[in-house]
Ligand binder design. Sequence first.
Ligand SMILES: *Cc1c(COP(=O)(O)O)cnc(C)c1O
Length: 555
Amino acid sequence: MSCYREILSKVRLAFPSPVSDRVHDSYFVHSMMQAVDKVDALKSDRPILGEYTQLDYEAALQSNLNETGMSIEAVTSELVAYCKGLTIPGHPRTHHNVIPPPTIPSLIAMLITSVYNPNLVWDEYSHRVALAEVEVGAMLARLIGYNPEHSGGLFTFGGTGATLYGVKVGLEKAVPAAGGEGVREDVTLIGSSASHYCRYNVASWLGIGASNLITVNTDARNSMRLDELREKLHAALHGGARVAAIIATMGTTDAFGIDDLDAIVKMRDEMVEEFKLPYRIHVHADAVIGWAWSVFNDYDFENNPLGFRPRTLRMLATARRDICHLHLADSVGFDFHKSGFAPYTSSMVLFKERNDLSLLSRPQKQMPYLYQFGEYRPGMYTLESSRGGSGVMSAFASLKLLGKLGFQVLIGHLVEMTQLLREHLLGQDSVIILNRDNVGPVTVFRVYPDDEDVLRVREQETNDASYRDRVLQHNDYNRALFKWMHDEVMAARGGGVLSLTDCYQLTSYGEPMLGLKSFIMSPFIEEEMIMAVANKIFAARKGVATPRARDKQAV
Ligand SMILES: *Cc1c(COP(=O)(O)O)cnc(C)c1O
């Protein structure tokens, strides 16, 4: 056994040198480059890194800490091996979900920020990274139309964290004793049926109770039904409940539905007046996907300087009509790891009035935003204690890299390609687009066997209970198509990586309607790849037995 000092000197080599040392520094850079190089070597023309293999969780449970360590090179090889089978988010045949390819500067930001490990609990530990958090907050405030002199926010653990912060502040407004004494009143939280499932977590974790959520149904555009919101809000207030918040979803996860924030805020104002509420119901805009469309707030749609096709232009203009109201919300959630082209996790919650954050501070009386006086201590009011700086810096990097124009070009292209996909899918009379009226880069569609009349089937499946069995058969059929295409991609026989939503919507008689989903996020996508994916879907129809044929086999 070596003396510990001998081992220590080897271990030291595995840390970046704390003081300038050209040889040691270049060893660090070289090690990083080598890792990136090795991962790059797993790329082919497929949307998958290396080979996709079955996972053996039983074997994983046998893991044990080794007695002795490994060299950097050996660890690197191990790490690289764990990248095998990952989907490549920037691949033009990846239509996986709202998982963006990160920009090179956002990756650099992650890396160099991690090396020096700033902690945003306090600017003492994060210095200029804390400044960057305030700068990103100001950029986003101006982008959506908040006054940056009044607004303020922070980076947190995802869109879920952003919603949690928004609702927590709303809860403190509605129930001022909530933080200190707990929630003892009847409290509710309102969101649409298409809003993200994180509302259940938020209600549960804040003590509101998931069963006290009020869910408002959506219309054909996946947008919260205002008549039903009015009814349910009225009934809740009439019954004496306090409303922690209304969540307006600005870009739903499956369909890019957008709520009418303007109308929701007006309705809130009326109700506050009508019921003489001692608090103003908080409206949180869950814009984790839709925020980036704010770059079109001042786009010249008439002259269309970027030359988008007319149909694309209309989709962008339609989104702007609602997204331009973001500044009306009391708080807004932004995910850079969705439409900001940054790696996980990079999310900001921004409050129109930064003083709202004082409702969270410990102890209550202290000012939250001490940076006006030269010191920034978000740890006074954040849920997190340690808060890393890489989310802030990768968001900052993507914003600086792309600017408003870069975002316009990227989003415009993704929407344009989505339009093309829809055209190609509809070119064959076996597909219906479920979210036809939604204008984002996501398409939810359903494929039918030959004997189905696609002009009528949607209406029949949605509203005619005698179609119940057919709906379930078609769900199975689409699930089988999905699996067939997945196997094709994994076996390098072409096609694209799609995803599947088990319940795009419920039929009027309560059955889930499954949908196949394409979410286009790759800047590299072009029409021929769109066609390759669409053609594979049609090929799948030949590869998979129709539901009735399978029934016969079963008999
Ligand atoms: C993804 C998503 C969330 C949750 O965000 P995370 O970053 O995954 O925590 C919330 N709302 C909407 C609309 C989303 O699409």
